[in-house]
Ligand binder design. Structure first.
Ligand SMILES: Nc1nc2c(c(=O)[nH]1)N[C@@H](CN(C=O)c1ccc(C(=O)N[C@@H](CCC(=O)O)C(=O)O)cc1)CN2
Ligand SMILES: [Mg+2]
Length: 279
């Protein structure tokens, strides 16, 4: 049976450390500030933003959430971002994704000042990461690296396979593993014989966005399996990209959904906001 990587517990520990740190910062007159902009009424995004707000408040971060109607124009949204770029009480700006179709997400992410880009999605921060000098790191892959570290899983020399090539998870994930001297293979929906490629992995990170996609045929006995998926099954139940019941007996370590990668994403957002205020 695999050992469970408890993201919820680890995120709770990180949150507790950040709470202490923020209380010390406040004694010196420093209050970290985070603004989250949520455009439209995507129900999943509403949940994630609410969770970010709860976490920020718990830590003592000055938390601003703007819930904005989907009818906002791109120009209006860009103007809001520019105002927060200039606002000295705000150390982190996050625009919840996905955005409505009429707004160009690339343009919006480019408008956030790189120094306040606590999501790490700005091309400048992406570029810094890919030349090996990261400052802000996309929160999901960053959280995964923290989980590996906490469970003393050493990427150096290991074969890592990443399934999924998104800008916010797959690509930065591969780069972070590479920076720790793993031998990394990037795969995606068009990779030929994906189960055979995945079976080579000592560390398998799955971010393909398809429920129960990874079965035991994808997993080498003893492998570390990290599930980034967040899907709903036909009954509305939250499921990962990994068929947990089938893979868990084969893997060495596995993350659950919920309670794995998700809470760590939020913890890393808080960490990067506090780190920014500290600077
Ligand atoms: N601007 C951003 N947009 C999005 C990001 C992001 O990092 N920045 N990532 C995802 C959504 N996301 C954070 O925004 C996120 C998703 C899920 C969780 C989480 O804790 N999930 C829980 C389950 C929650 C539930 O019951 O639905 C878990 O896994 O235990 C946190 C953050 C896309 N957009
Ligand atoms: Mg993130």
């Amino acid at each position: 049976m695999a050992k469970l990587i408890d993201g919820k517990k680890l995120a709770g520990e990180i949150t507790a450390q950040l709470t202490e740190e923020v209380s010390r910062m406040k004694e010196k007159g420093i209050v970290p500030g985070l603004v989250v902009l949520l455009v439209g009424d995507n129900p999943a995004s509403q949940t994630y933003v609410k969770n970010k707000e709860i976490s920020a408040k718990k830590i003592g971060i000055h938390s601003v959430v703007e819930r904005i109607p989907a009818s906002i124009t791109e120009a209006e949204l860009l103007a809001k971002i520019e105002a927060y770029n200039q606002d000295e009480t705000i150390h982190g700006i996050l625009v919840q994704l996905p955005l409505p179709k009429h707004i160009d997400a690339d343009k919006v992410l480019l408008a956030i000042h790189p120094k306040k880009d606590v999501d790490g999605f700005h091309p400048y921060n992406m570029g810094q990461l890919f030349i090996g000098s990261p400052d802000k790191i996309p929160c999901t892959p960053y959280g995964i690296m923290k989980m590996l570290e906490a469970y003393q899983i050493e990427p150096e020399g290991k074969k890592a396979v990443v399934i999924g090539r998104s800008n916010i998870v797959g690509k930065p994930m591969a780069q972070l593993l590479l920076m720790q001297n793993a031998t990394v293979t990037m795969t995606h929906s068009r990779t030929q014989d994906l189960p055979a490629v995945a079976r080579e992995a000592d560390i398998l990170v799955v971010a393909i966005g398809r429920g129960n996609f990874v079965t035991k045929e994808f997993v080498k006995p003893g492998a570390v399996v990290i599930d980034v998926g967040m899907n709903r099954d036909e009954n509305g139940k939250l499921i990962g990209d990994v068929k947990f019941d089938e893979v868990e007996p084969v893997a060495g370590f596995i993350t659950p959904v919920p309670g794995g990668v998700g809470p760590m994403t939020i913890a890393m957002l808080m960490e990067q906001t506090v780190a920014n205020a500290r600077k």
